[in-house]
Design a protein around this ligand. Sequence first.
Ligand code: NDP
Length: 287
Amino acid sequence: MVAKIIDGRDLANSQKQQLAEKVTLFVKKYGIVPSLHVILAGDYPSSQIYVRNKQRACQVVGIESVLHQFPGSTTQSEIEQLIEKLNLDDSVNGILVQLPLPSQLNSQRILEKINPLKDVDGLHPYNLGRLLMNKPLLAPCTPQGCLQLIKTVYDTVESKNVVVVGRSILVGRSLAVLLTNENATVTLAHSKTKNLKDVCKTADILIAAIGSSEFLTSDYVKPGAVVIDVGINRIDVGGVHVLKGDVHQPSVEKVAGYLTPVPGGVGPMTISNLLLNTLKAVELQKF
Ligand code: NDP
């Protein structure tokens, strides 16, 4: 068996096309250009790449993006003061804090400062609580993207056995809630899970959000399973940086039914969902 590739770039591009049309109509009807403000602190090279990609994507669909850049030595109050200002500004629709923040900053407190209706990353406790109650307003972007990728294979995840490996709020834990809300039977695995291989092999849908390059080999995969690889690991191969997922693609593609590549799988979907959330945020604020 050779797994079919689920092309995240293609799906994200068609989402962006539809979104661009919606934004155009929105601007015509209400005279409002949706606006996303991104806060970037420090000089992590990958954060700078992510932010650049997000800003480019905004441009493609007609969303205004504004970057607020801080040095690595910035203080908690500088960031919090900016967020307070952006919260009060009606022309600002989305606020995104690029993570990770420099270590002297309290990320959780910063995320909690954001007005939940402008929280386009969906990481404010209010939005996470709404997700938990199955009444989501703005849900985290990567989990939404994973669900959309799965739905290119199955119309519904109802009654499917799903194993999510990794329990961060940003990805694994939120995704487990999202899938549970969609009536999947979800196992949330992590570093303390026993017999991880056996657990993973029960999955009709296996999701890797671990942060460990090529960790999940074919030994973890049930034949025919849908495998979603969230991982983005920058690996030095002979002085050149290459991106690897959490899934060992060469072996898994011989066993899985469907597989998302890295790059070109979940990554583009995270960005398109950020844009979708930004338009949703405008609607929540205005209507
Ligand atoms: P975290 O480091 O926050 O979480 C990693 C999770 O993996 C933890 O729950 C940890 O378990 C679990 N884990 C680590 N080692 C093992 C192991 N040996 N066996 C089982 N579980 C293990 O990472 P994130 O969730 O933020 O990110 C995960 C990956 O996804 C990263 O590669 C990241 O770059 C990528 N990512 C990709 C995005 C995209 O758009 N494609 C967006 C966000 C992240 P425990 O809790 O027990 O420590």
